[in-house]
Ligand binder design. Sequence first.
Ligand SMILES: NC(=O)c1ccc[n+]([C@@H]2O[C@H](COP(=O)([O-])OP(=O)(O)OC[C@H]3O[C@@H](n4cnc5c(N)ncnc54)[C@H](OP(=O)(O)O)[C@@H]3O)[C@@H](O)[C@H]2O)c1
Length: 260
Amino acid sequence: MTSPHAYLSGLFSLDGRTAVVTGGSSGIGRAIAGALARAGAGVVIVARGAEQLAETVDELTADGCRAAWVAGDLGSREGVRAAAEEAAAVFGEPDILVNSAGINLRPPMGELGEEVWDSTMAVNLEAPFLLGQRFGPGMAERGFGRIIHITSQQAHRAFVHSGAYGVSKGALESLARSQAEAWSPYGVTCNTLVPGFVMTALNRRLSSDPERVAALAARTMTGRNGLAEDFAGAAVFLASRASAYVTGQSIHVDGGFSVH
Ligand SMILES: NC(=O)c1ccc[n+]([C@@H]2O[C@H](COP(=O)([O-])OP(=O)(O)OC[C@H]3O[C@@H](n4cnc5c(N)ncnc54)[C@H](OP(=O)(O)O)[C@@H]3O)[C@@H](O)[C@H]2O)c1
């Protein structure tokens, strides 16, 4: 009989894979970077702040993982291009790309100016597009690839001044489907993980209001809000061989929030 360990490794091990995780220094991206690294992948995390990047990588390397960081600003095309080249130089061209870097600026719709629109689209939508263009064709040529975007319930519904943010996340889900259509025939799956409300730095203002936090927890089916760690299993699944027949999908990791 095959041992359970060998069976599970056959499905989910990321040994020998390389991954780039944007936003891998905080919140959901950090949890995903840790999960992919602990499942065997060499992981390069990309964000702006060197301190949090170094701290994350130190934690992973202390745990025996292969991990490295690249400081880069994904808010401009030049920044994305430079970060992509630097990231690919560490462990080689990535087999797995996770786009978790994101910003959520929430001016009321009537006050939403071009600056907020542009910076939101640049980080949340254009960076994932450019990174896909940079890495997707190579994945297709090599016959294996996994692209995972982190979107939001706001791709599906309005929620607390969704403004430009909701638009960027809706478009990101469309991008995943276009990428899936283009590259799935060559072994590259493209999917999105859709969080509900997760207690991270991104929504510091909302998560510091206990009444709002409790009300949001009550809207889930599980009775609690999300934690970054809730994304580990779904990310390893989507990055692994096991998910070869799952593509173009939006997978909600939200305690049932979206269907309640
Ligand atoms: N938390 C939630 O409830 C929730 C819900 C739905 C969707 N999401 C989505 O999940 C993803 C992760 O969010 P999170 O809650 O984990 O947020 P977070 O803790 O604030 O992490 C965001 C990450 O993105 C990086 N980042 C932001 N702007 C960047 C830029 N211009 N260039 C490079 N890196 C940049 C940040 O690092 P630096 O600041 O150092 O650059 C950080 O590593 C986002 O796409 C978010 O929209 C979150």
